[in-house]
Design a protein around this ligand. Structure first.
Ligand code: ADP
Ligand code: MG
Length: 544
């Protein structure tokens, strides 16, 4: 019961047993480092996975350090004992840095798929071997047995299929290969399997012959552990495609090798195109999370803020426990640090792209810029420091995308505000009478054509101490005192006219006033207060 509640996916029992085997080889390796009488030839150390359909057994063999009778009793013990072991101090286990397992429950995941588990082991420096056997529920037995070499063999008697549960797949070669590839591809030792196949028979044209050979299933060296200087852009591209992070190509990548306050490796990608479901509820953000080369989560959402949800890739940390649950991860200090680090790395990657390769940045912005603007709008502008310099808007200046910094740095000295105009399209905006006076002054106007633009800007309120101002707002901050006086006078003169116009348009407008901002147009609509006409339109269109 406990085992079934810890793991939601049964297939991970293979990951657990392989990790244990890898740990056991690591232990031997460490011993060899400090003991001159032990020679460690990497070639002699491997893990082997063998399926036997006839006997319904799956065997995982390793050439690791092995277990003594005492070890078998203490380490495998009984499930009940392991239950308390499982939640033992996390820190205690953290000492062995390269050792994957940390909670002491991994081994029992075998009982999710097997109704009988046999462990045959011979420990380093021992002349005898022992056999441990258990059906999971009624304890275990240990007896002496024969085994030539040091190491461990774990034999699972795979359960029979039932109406609800399928177990046969754990005896299928292709399925086992796929599971190993998925979770244990980067285990440092070879994971071998006997592979059966057909190949063209030599000397014939259309004849085939059966063959069986031992193959190494895992690739062993993770690309993220390699030096950046060893890797080409194609290597990263291949990794992106192998991992199916997307069906497109990556636009850019960041390879992080952090060894400061928090130690981790990561490869992050920004896709070239917007995934088809990106702006829908179905899209799930997240990065793959590895603990020391072993995949522990497909999509760890906690590693990415929503506004960077387009980032794909993986993180590998030695400091995370293999068996950590989602709930525990949320409170994991290491993970919080990694997430913070990733956020700033993605930001600086985008900033340098903006600086060094404007074309590529604009391509990125066309795919994911909306998400950045949502990011500014959400959380009441709490993320504005991260995001404001990454925003682009079309401007009246050559109708090109500009940054806020570019806008502000070009502002004439007498210009007080950052002006913007909202509308469906650049063409529509350019025809707005409201833009006339601002343009006439020689001021640049940002064109907001995306629904979210004006809402996001309202959250920013200012950029470099300059306030944003809609060209449709009542007071543009352009009129001189003399202008104001003249307008006032005009308004008094035409009081009766305006009053009757207001009467005719009652219910449609709040007021009719003289305006100084019009040149070639006779009339324009303007708003009072914070919500502009464009915003009102969007708010009205939104479902309640
Ligand atoms: P963990 O790996 O988290 O310690 P497990 O339940 O996976 O917990 O394994 C329990 C213990 O059993 C391991 O810590 C290790 O001491 C021992 N063990 C399991 N598998 C092997 C193996 N193949 N070779 C040597 N020791 C093993
Ligand atoms: Mg383990």
């Amino acid at each position: 019961m406990m085992i079934n509640s810890i793991y939601t996916q049964r297939e991970i029992f293979i990951r657990e047993l392989i990790s244990n085997a890898s740990d056991a080889i690591d232990k031997l390796y460490y011993k060899a480092l400090t003991d001159e009488t032990l020679a460690f030839n990497k070639e002699d150390y491997f893990i082997k996975v063998t399926a036997d359909k006839t006997n319904r057994t799956l065997t995982i063999t390793d050439t690791g350090i092995g277990m003594t009778q005492e070890d078998l009793e203490n380490n495998l013990g009984t499930i009940a004992k392991s239950g308390s072991l499982a939640f033992k101090s996390e820190n205690e286990a953290k000492e062995g840095h390269n050792i994957i397992g940390q909670f002491g429950v991994g081994f029992y995941s075998a009982f999710m798929v097997a109704d009988d588990v046999t462990v045959i082991s011979k420990a380093l420096g021992s002349n005898e071997a022992f056999k441990w056997e258990s059906t999971g529920t009624d304890g275990y037995t240990i007896e002496p047995c024969e085994k030539d070499s040091v190491g461990t063999e774990i034999i699972l008697k795979i359960k029979e299929n039932t109406e609800d549960d399928q177990y046969d797949e754990y005896l299928e070669e292709y399925r086992l290969r796929a599971i190993i590839k998925k979770y244990s591809d980067f285990i440092r030792y070879p994971i071998k399997m006997d592979v059966k196949g057909q190949r063209p028979k030599e000397g014939t044209e259309n004849e085939f012959e059966e063959y069986e050979e031992e193959q190494t299933v895992n690739s062993m060296v993770p690309i993220w552990r390699k030096n950046k200087s060893e890797l080409t852009p194609e290597d990263y591209e291949n990794f992106y495609m192998e991992k199916r992070y997307g069906f497109d190509k990556p636009l850019t990548h960041v390879h992080i090798k952090a060894d400061g306050a928090v130690v981790y490796n990561a490869i992050l990608f920004i896709p070239e195109n917007t995934p088809f479901d990106y702006y829908s509820k179905e899209y799930e953000k997240g990065l793959e999370l590895y603990s020391n080369g072993v995949l522990i989560m497909d999509k760890c959402a906690d590693l990415l803020p929503d506004y960077f949800s387009f980032v794909k890739g993986m993180v590998d940390s030695e400091d995370l426990s293999l068996n950590i649950s989602r709930e525990m991860l949320q409170h994991d200090r290491q993970l919080t640090l990694i997430a913070k680090n990733i956020k700033s790395k993605v930001k600086s990657q985008l900033q340098s792209l903006l600086k060094d390769d404007r074309e590529k940045y604009e391509q990125f912005y066309n795919s994911f810029g909306r998400q950045l603007k949502f990011g500014v709008y959400n959380d009441y502008g709490a993320n504005k420091d991260v995001l404001q310099d990454l925003l682009l808007f079309i401007s009246s200046n050559e109708k090109k995308l500009v940054t806020l910094d570019e806008y502000v740095s070009r502002m004439p000295e007498d210009q007080k505000y950052i002006y913007y105009a909202s509308g469906e399209s650049v063409d529509r905006i350019e025809k707005l009478p409201q833009t006339e006076m601002v343009s006439d002054k020689g001021y640049e106007i940002l064109y907001f054509t995306d629904d979210i633009d004006e809402f996001a800007i309202k959250m920013l309120t200012t950029y470099k101490d300059k306030e944003f101002k809609s060209v449709s707002s009542g007071d543009l901050g352009i009129e001189s005192e003399a202008d104001e006086k003249a307008t006032e006078a005009e308004e008094n003169e035409n009081k009766d006219l305006f009053e009757s116009m207001k009467g005719l348009l009652s219910g449609k407008v709040k007021n009719v006033r003289a305006s100084k901002r019009l040149k070639s147009h006779p009339v324009c609509l303007s708003t009072e207060g914070e919500v502009t006409i464009e915003m009102e339109k969007i708010l009205k269109a939104m479902p309640n």
